[in-house]
Design a protein around this ligand. Structure first.
Ligand code: MRU
Length: 360
């Protein structure tokens, strides 16, 4: 795991339990929470102890293994029925990231296949989901870095790194690979109001790995682009609709509009498990609304006028036409649309890096 510029792991299966790095406490405290029941796993996802679309999926997959351990009675029908309730509980923990549903579907297929002693088999599947995610990220890192062109600075939003995935990261994976290749000199990180994934997590992760990072208020991004200081905006995704519309952390849409206005390129990096062919367009993606307290309070202190109401969507949708490049482990899609995404999703095991599919 000591890949260059990649030293953080948020989700670890250790001594028969799931350990997740508590992201609510970062960067002031590094503390892993030990989860031994499915209820604890669902709660950790809901309250964002663990967050980021791929990391949520991986965590839920391990949660299914924990559920099977608790529910396995030796009688096939009984434990499979009791498990359904646990799967529903996990699926309801956060609504926007499709990786959660995708991972649970994979676990469900295994549940349907195994007659008895399910724990080992489910754990193997969860581990496979975890390892495949890291491999996908490393591959996307190379594919995305190949698009960067001349050396320069990039802007990113939210946290899409090792903390948000099995390891290495999606957009941050491209940034890691681009930095290692000498193509990225500096990363500008939006602080990402209101939960501060950029300030607390991305800036921490990049400093841990020795990559130069400059933090900015979300509202400073347009001025940064106007001054010509970034060549690319690189972000992740929570769900990509069949037509290429992208749901990602609130603020992403504004960045995409601003990037287009200033001639800055906009790259979305996400594993194929984030592509949801069953959701035709972005408008059909469920957007999580989070608690008003996230805006009314700061660090536990009330900061807003008493009586103010709050609109706090956790994600927004960027229309496909504003995306210059979509990078998945299956290849690169330039200017994504329905046809190109369908083609990309139809590609089975594109093989080595050299055979990477580029759909222009
Ligand atoms: O609310 P969060 O922190 O879970 O939101 C995370 C994001 O929006 C990320 O950009 C997305 O999940 C991609 S992470 C590789």
């Amino acid at each position: 795991m000591s890949h260059d510029h990649d030293h953080v792991r948020a989700v670890v299966w250790r001594d028969d339990a799931l350990e997740v790095l508590d992201q609510r406490l970062l960067p002031r405290e590094i503390r892993y929470q030990r989860l031994t029941t499915v209820a604890e796993v669902a709660e950790a996802i809901r309250c964002m102890v663990v967050r980021g679309a791929p990391a949520i999926g991986i965590t839920a997959a391990y949660g299914v293994a924990l559920a099977a351990r608790a529910g396995y009675t030796g009688k096939r029908e009984c434990w499979q029925i009791s498990l359904q309730e646990d799967l529903n509980r996990l699926a309801a923990s956060r609504p926007t990231a499709i990786n959660l549903v995708w991972a649970l579907q994979r676990m469900k297929r295994v549940i349907a296949e195994v007659a008895d002693a399910p724990l080992e088999r489910l754990l193997t599947e969860a581990r496979a989901i975890h390892e495949e995610d890291i491999a996908a990220n490393q591959r996307m890192g190379l594919l995305g870095a190949n698009l960067l062109g001349e050396r320069g600075a990039v802007l990113t939003h939210c946290n899409t790194g090792s903390l948000a995935t099995g390891g290495y990261g999606t957009a941050l994976g491209v940034i890691r690979a681009g930095y290692a290749a000498g193509l990225i000199e500096r990363v500008y990180a939006d602080e990402t109001r209101p939960w501060l994934q950029g300030a607390r997590l991305t800036a921490w992760e990049l400093t841990q790995d020795g990559i130069p990072v400059t933090l900015l208020a979300d509202s400073a991004a347009a001025a940064l682009m106007r001054q010509g200081r970034v060549r690319w905006v690189i972000v992740g995704a929570d769900r990509i609709a069949a037509n290429g519309d992208v749901a990602n952390k609130i603020g992403t849409y504004g960045l995409a509009v601003t990037a287009r206005h200033h001639g800055v390129k906009f790259m979305v990096v996400a594993p194929a498990s984030t592509v949801d062919l069953a959701t035709p367009v972005g408008a059909a993606i469920p957007i999580e609304q989070r608690a008003a307290e996230e805006l009314l309070n700061f660090n536990g202190y009330p900061v807003a006028a008493v009586g103010a109401e709050v609109w706090n969507p956790s994600f927004d949708v960027t229309p496909a036409e504003l995306v210059d490049a979509l990078v998945t482990e299956r290849g690169v899609v330039l200017k994504p649309n329905l046809t190109k995404i369908a083609g990309m999703m139809g590609v089975v095991n594109p093989g080595s890096q050299m055979q990477a599919q580029v759909v222009a």
